[in-house]
Design a protein around this ligand. Sequence first.
Ligand SMILES: [Zn+2]
Length: 431
Amino acid sequence: MRAYRSALLYFLPDDSLTYEPDGLLLTQADEHGVQRVRHVGPWSAELAQGFELEHWPGRIIAPGFVDLHIHYPQVDVIGSPAEGLLPWLEKYTFVQESRFADPLHAREVATFFLDEMQRHGVTTALTFCTSHAGSVDALMMQAQARGLRWIAGRCLMDRHAPDGVRDQTERSLLETEQLIDRWHGRGRLGYAITPRFVPSCSDAQLAGAGELAAAHPGVWIQSHVAENRDEIEWVRQLHPKARSYLAVYQQFGLLRPRSIYAHGIHFDDTDRQLMRDSGAAVAVCPTSNLFLGSGFFDVVAADRIGMAYGLASDVGGGTSFSPFHTMMATYYVGREGQGKTGCSISPQALWFAHTAGAARALGLQGVVGNLLPGCEADFVLIDPKATPLLARRVAQAQSLDELLFALIVLGDDRLIERTVHAGALSASAGG
Ligand SMILES: [Zn+2]
């Protein structure tokens, strides 16, 4: 049983964000040893009685961030410039991913990756591994040892990829099934069936992935869709009869709840309706889309149709692990009004899309991404005075929106004083 006294940020059942300047968070281990929120609200000495108390004056406790799309093997690709998506894959990404045939390399990168996610306050992420089963084992072993709620999968790519990363259809599906058995539901871990994208998967591989998805409804699906115009044209040539890029995934049974598609930039309203009606969600990856010149996600159209989405870093196409940078870039992308309708996304909506909203997209509402009673106690401790400019700006904030915008615009890993997982308290983030 633990008690935390601090300012608190969390979402009420109607999804509105609430700020408690002097709050109390009580957590208690469940039968699996996972700390869950037992109470959240204003400070009360009476309620805190009998709990082990930590008092963090001047800090803000907020839900841990949920990243809907990231490639852990691309840690060493971040910041590699290219003409666009397809040359970037050829020149940098496939070269780095081929190194994951070596389990020692996979283990070293997995350790670095999880340390970095923790340092940035990300407590759950839907993660691409490579086409080597060992790349999944390396990440899952580390995540399990840390008691994390983490979701990952082995990349399926049996065509249009070089030796070293291209896999073989039958073996790729067999290994996926073995990895589901080995990792899905173990501790807080989950497995994601991971076709890289339509061009890299044969019809047989997509069909096999769809069959596995039907046999394992609790397992996630992750892939990419409608990121870049050259990629879309390639898909059109490969599947000339399909109505759209997204429709190919539908054809193979890969659109359902718990399926998350990165990008979704070049969608029409029929695609958006298909996403909504199938229960799938988009991982919005603005730093990646800006870096690779892919385009601007249309948040107005997504909201108009009611298509679900959440935020993602997409490292290494993305340029930062920081949820603050991703929220800032989402705001820029929303603002863009030349090729679509521009808007000013509210700071509460940005924060929601990277925490409780992203958790909902995963089907994990009430589990992570919030601090209501029953949620797993994955949270961050934010220092709103971490830099001189931020301290100065925050001191003048007149409303919750002004406080949140100051954190989003000026924030980065320096604000994350601690990241606390429902399993264990970590002090490695400098706290
Ligand atoms: Zn990606």
